[in-house]
Write a new protein. Structure first.
Length: 141
């Protein structure tokens, strides 16, 4: 890059690993302080922490939040936990049931968590999606 000016170097992106907290209680403190970055911190925890039982109560807290942006981040965090740990808890499922169907967590739970652990409403949603595909979309081509 010898001879290039600062303007051309401004377009070079350097990717660094996300900083994250290994201590879930720090996420609780961020919730208590109503920090605007708590949703991002929750996603970092979901992607990097080894114990889903530490993550899921914080996900439930986000899913039950009054803040719409935090609720969406809770859905994404739940999807990550399903993918990485192949588990979910009853509280997160109860909260997720109040969300519109077809979100990231619905699909990842169905794909990665043992189906016998999933509630009837999620079975019903995926069954109707499959039937719709069989009756309509499969025959289009």
């Amino acid at each position: 890059m010898d001879g290039e000016d600062d303007a051309s170097r401004a377009h070079v992106h350097v990717y660094e690993p996300l900083e994250w907290t290994p201590r879930p209680e720090e996420i609780d403190a961020a919730f208590d302080r109503r920090e605007p970055s708590v949703g991002v911190d929750l996603l970092r925890l979901a992607l990097n922490h080894h114990d889903p039982h530490d993550i899921l109560p914080r996900v439930a807290r986000a899913l039950g939040s009054d803040n719409q942006g935090l609720r969406v981040q809770g859905v994404v965090a739940l999807a990550h936990v399903a993918r990485l740990h192949r588990t979910v808890d009853r509280r997160c499922l109860e909260l997720l049931r109040t969300y519109p169907r077809g979100n990231e967590a619905d699909d990842d739970l169905w794909q990665f968590v043992s189906r016998h652990r999933l509630p009837t409403w999620l079975w019903r949603y995926h069954f109707t999606q499959r039937v719709r595909w069989l009756l309509r979309d499969q025959w289009r081509n």
